[in-house]
Ligand binder design. Structure first.
Ligand code: HEC
Length: 318
């Protein structure tokens, strides 16, 4: 077989890969906007975490071989690198399509999920371009190959980082780091709202007692990284906003009518029990504490000294 014969199936393969990715993207985009995913889309989506490590490994191997080939132009290494490249494209398309299925389920929303989605898609599209550049290696377009390889390495690392934050929470890597290292690595609070929280009033039951329980048991799925059922507990304002089920989570003074309290009291084996079965659960004491807090009016965070000053200044000005 001449080199020319070999090129045609390669180009056809790349065109097919682009079509599969493009169709899946458009189709799943429509799904999540409308009725939600069908059950086999949900089923296949769960294979995304399993398959995504394949393109990562293959692409890392490719980068390594390219580094060796850069210094030692050996035809055997070239052949191995080209083989890895084609497998990288194939596995990246599979992982990206399954990722789109998982995304269509609607469990992953918010900025971290969006970043992961676009970077992952960018990586899959990038591998197709990379293979196209490699097919053109004897022409001018082939010059794009090495720069693109470096860019894709960065894109893959970032996509992997945001994906990891989605599944394990953003502090997963640093949780057990030595204190001095942790101090440097962990993100500082961004929102002024959180900074103000440092100045806590004496009688601030929400900040002292309620928020820490929610942080411990709920934030992983209902926080800045993941918003299961479109519900968040990471601020008092969010806590009161209904999620996808449109049931009022907290009715001050009426724990029996508060959806969040109802879910907390469900038996662990119940479908809607919060946290879901198998996840760390608040103790009976902690559940009672939240219930009492709702029964007593579910008071929000007390004004910090700073907020009080600002409010008084505002009132005086009027
Ligand atoms: C492991 C992930 C996970 C954890 C941890 C978790 N939840 Fe959930 N939560 C979910 C999922 C998934 C749903 C959607 C369930 C459904 O509708 O079938 C949900 C739904 C909810 C809803 C309903 C929102 C709506 O209106 O649709 C509330 C309220 C809720 N959770 C509160 C909590 C509280 C309070 C905690 C902590 C004590 C908690 N959750 C911990 C995954 C989690």
């Amino acid at each position: 077989m001449t080199k020319q014969d070999f090129l045609i199936p390669c180009w056809l393969g790349l065109i097919c890969a682009s079509c599969v990715l493009g169709t899946t993207f458009l189709w799943t985009d429509g799904l999540s906007a409308e009725a939600g995913a069908t059950s086999w889309v949900q089923f296949l989506g769960r294979f995304h975490p399993l398959t995504l490590h394949l393109p990562i490994g293959l692409f890392s191997g490719l980068c390594l071989l390219e580094a060796v080939y850069f210094f030692k132009r050996n035809p055997g290494i070239r052949l191995a690198a080209d083989l890895l490249l084609s497998l990288t494209v194939l596995s990246a398309i599979v992982a990206a399509c399954l990722g789109l299925f998982l995304f269509a389920n609607g469990d992953y929303t918010g900025p971290t999920a969006d970043r992961h989605k676009w970077l992952g898609l960018g990586f899959a599209v990038g591998t197709i371009l990379l293979a196209a550049a490699q097919l053109q290696r004897d022409r001018a377009a082939g010059k794009a190959y090495l720069p693109l390889l470096v860019v894709l390495l960065a894109v893959m690392s970032l996509a992997g980082h945001f994906g990891g934050s989605l599944t394990h929470g953003s502090s997963y890597l640093t949780e057990y780091a030595p204190a001095w290292l942790k101090q440097h690595l962990e993100a500082q609070p961004e929102e002024p709202e959180q900074q103000a929280a440092a100045v806590v009033e004496e009688d601030d039951f929400y900040r002292h007692t309620i928020d820490p329980i929610l942080q411990q048991y709920c934030i992983k799925c209902h926080g800045p990284d993941k918003q299961k059922s479109d519900y968040r507990v990471d601020s008092y304002e969010y806590l009161l906003l209904a999620g996808k089920n449109e049931e009022t989570p907290i009715v001050p003074g009426e724990p029996h009518n508060s959806y969040l309290v109802q879910l907390l009291w469900l038996h662990e084996s119940h479908d809607m029990a919060m946290p879901p079965e198998g996840k760390p659960r608040p103790s009976a004491d902690e559940i009672l504490t939240i219930t009492h807090w709702v029964a007593n009016g579910a008071r929000g965070p007390a004004e910090s000294a700073v907020e009080k000053q600002a409010r008084e200044a505002h009132e005086q000005a009027q």
